[in-house]
Every structure is written in C-alpha cells, then in structure tokens.
Design a binder for this molecule. Structure first.
Ligand code: BYC
Length: 337
C-alpha cells in the first residue's frame, strides 16, 4: 500500500476506482439501506448515496491528515531522544504514523477523491486535522505522554472504526489499531521508567500530564448534543460509538493507569460514581477546542507551514519516483513486444 502511492501518478494511472453511477435511485438506495441495516460492508464499486461518500471522504481524509501532521510534534524529538534505544523506538513510531496516513489516503482515494485534492485541502487550511497536534512538545516527557494518552485516546476511538460499514476504511483500521497499541505501550513504558528516576524527572512527567490531559479529552470531539455529524454517521455504521461514550471509556480506562504510574490527573472533579459505575469528570474548555480547530491554537500556523514546506521539498522525490516508474513501464512494454 505504501509504495503504490509512489508508483502511480495521481489521477493519471487509473488509481482511483471507477465510480458506480451515484444518481439517487430509490431501488439502489433500498439495497444500500438493507445492507447497512444488516451490518454488511459497502465496497468501492457498490452504489452509495452521495452524502455517504462525502461523509467518508471528510472523515477519512481528516483522519489521514491527522496522522501526517501528528508526525510533527514527536518528530521534533528524534534528534533529542535521551538514548539510542529511545531514538530507534521514536523513529519507528513516527514512521508508523506516516504509514497510517498513507493507508488512509489510499482508502479515501477509493471513494474517487485524489490525494492531490486532499493535500490541497490540508495545505490551504480548508481541511481539518486533529486538534491535539496543535500543542507544543516542551520536554521529553511529552513524547511519553503522547504515546500513553494521545495514542490511548486514538485507539479508543479507532477500534470501533474496524467495524465501520465502508470496507477499505475498516480494513485499514485493523492494522492501524495494532500499531497504535504498541505506540500506547511504548509511551507508558517510557513514563514508568521516568517515574523511577529523579524528582526532576517525576515532576517533568506530572507537568506533561497536566498539559495534555484536557486536550486529550477534547480529542473525541464535541459533546454528542453538539455533534452535527454523529447521528447520521452512526445511522450509516461509520461511527459505532458516540463521542461522549468514547470519552467516558477513555477516562475509565486511564484513571487506574495513572494510579499505577503515580501521577495525578489534573481534574478536582474526577471521582468514581457508584451509581453510574463510571468516573465523573470536570468541564472541558470547548471554547479553547474550537479556537484550536479553527486555526488559532498555539501551533496551528507552525504545523501547517512545516507540512507545506516538507511537501514542497519532497517534490523532487515524487518526480524521480514517477520518472522511474515510467521508465520501468516502458522497459516492460518493450520486453513484452
Ligand atoms: N480535532 O460532528 P462531529 C491519531 C470536528 S490521529 C479537529 O462530532 P464527526 C494519532 C469534526 O471533524 C487522531 N476537529 O464530527 C496520530 C466536525 O467538523 P467537520 C485523529 C474535530 O466526524 C499520530 C466538527 O468538529 N483520529 O490519533 O462525527 C500520532 C463536529 O464534530 C475534532 C481520527 O480522525 C478534533 N479532535 O466526529 C498519535 C479518527 N473533533 O468535519 C495519534 C476518525 C471533531 O464537519 N475520526 N472535530 O468540518 C472520527 O472518529 C470522527 O471524525 C471524530 C469527529 C470523532 C473525530
């Protein structure tokens, strides 16, 4: 999946799947609804309503952009990792995130949107990516906390996506989730080691947890009551579990992990509710979340500028890969003649 992206020119080599006619048709719509109701899978060649296709492109491309932009905050620490072991692990993790982005761009391409179109959306600032990557990574402990909490939140959100009604997205998520599980564990393990270290190291971990906790809770998206896309996304089997339910599952799973680690989660309202059999938690700052989503977080401009620069600087690699593929194809044709 990775290399295909380099071999085939965008929109020039038949990479995007030919689309089934999507004229709204009651018979086709009924067949689609029946398959969705029976929890079946929709595949690229199947007829689908335009709104379903649009929703998937929006969510999958945004997810892909998150993986790619998500390489930046941690990538900043590759040259400053505290040991060779940690450096090797971090390089592998950041590379995995790049791979996730490529699976996801490929999945979105099966819906008829080219990678160029998606990247144009990202680089022009029109397309969204996860709010979480617009915050700075100030210390080495941030790298561990991203693994533990950011990847932890990502897994909570992404495991249900393995059962998404759109086949290519669901299949991509299976591998992504396996890799994310390792990312989460490596982050937690790195923090466990720091917590057996000096008082300064322990304070560094606590400080990072304090800065990332609330941002991670916001990652799951607005409360269900304020989530315009949820109802339809769940009806179509794209989303399987709501934003608030996932957030609650994440809190419930993370509190015991924080205890083992020996850190305090920065929320005075966090306490077990016997009646609900869940932890109660405090108010998320949704104004800050929307400011960040709308481009005004602490690092939005820097992240986008870095991404655009990397893309432009990589033009020669794409040109070289295409020239190589064209030569290879010409050679194959000559040999076959
Ligand atoms: N950040 O109606 P809603 C990773 C937007 S990668 C920014 O609830 P939906 C990782 C939302 O898009 C993590 N925007 O929407 C990578 C919508 O705006 P539009 C990324 C957000 O789609 C590297 C509006 O708010 N994961 O984990 O039903 C290293 C209203 O929201 C956010 C995915 O993308 C946000 N946090 O639900 C480590 C998973 N939240 O699009 C880790 C796939 C909401 O209408 N995506 N918005 O303009 C999803 O599961 C869903 O799209 C969401 C939102 C739960 C995120």
């Amino acid at each position: 999946m990775y290399t295909q992206s380099f071999n085939v020119p965008d929109n020039a080599g038949g990479k995007t799947v030919p689309l089934a006619p999507s004229i709204e048709d009651p018979v086709l719509q009924a067949a689609f609804d029946t398959r969705i109701d029976a929890d079946g899978r929709i595949e690229p060649q199947d007829w689908m309503p335009e709104a379903y296709r649009k929703t998937l492109v929006r969510q999958i491309s945004q997810h892909a952009h998150s993986e790619i932009v998500g390489m930046l905050p941690e990538g900043n620490w590759i040259s400053r990792a505290p040991s060779l072991k940690r450096k090797a692990i971090l390089i592998a993790k950041v590379q995995d995130e790049g791979g996730h982005g490529l699976y996801l761009y490929s999945a979105a391409e099966t819906l008829g949107t080219s990678r160029d179109q998606m990247l144009e959306g990202l680089h022009s600032g029109r397309a969204k990516y996860s709010s979480i990557f617009n915050y700075p990574t100030l210390t080495w402990a941030d790298v561990g906390v991203i693994g533990w909490l950011v990847d932890g939140a990502a897994i909570m959100n992404q495991v249900p996506l393995c059962r998404c009604s759109y086949g290519p997205y669901a299949r991509a998520m299976v591998r992504v989730c396996k890799e994310e599980s390792f990312h989460q564990r490596q982050g937690y393990e790195a923090l466990l080691v720091m917590m057996t270290g000096t008082e300064e190291q322990k304070a560094m971990v606590q400080d990072a947890v304090n800065r990332w906790w609330w941002k991670c809770l916001a990652m799951f998206g607005p409360p269900d009551a304020d989530s315009p896309n949820s109802a339809q996304g769940m009806r179509w089997g794209i989303k399987r579990v709501s934003n608030d339910e996932l957030r609650q599952k994440f809190v419930d799973a993370t509190v015991p992990q924080a205890k083992v680690l020996g850190v305090t989660l920065p929320d005075p309202d966090l306490k077990w509710n016997e009646e609900r059999q869940h932890y109660d938690y405090g108010q998320i700052d949704w104004n800050e979340f929307w400011e960040t989503v709308n481009g005004n977080g602490p690092c939005n401009k820097e992240r986008l500028a870095t991404r655009v620069k990397a893309h432009n600087q990589g033009q020669w690699v794409r040109d070289a890969a295409l020239a190589h593929a064209a030569k290879k194809q010409a050679r194959n044709i000559k040999e076959a003649a």
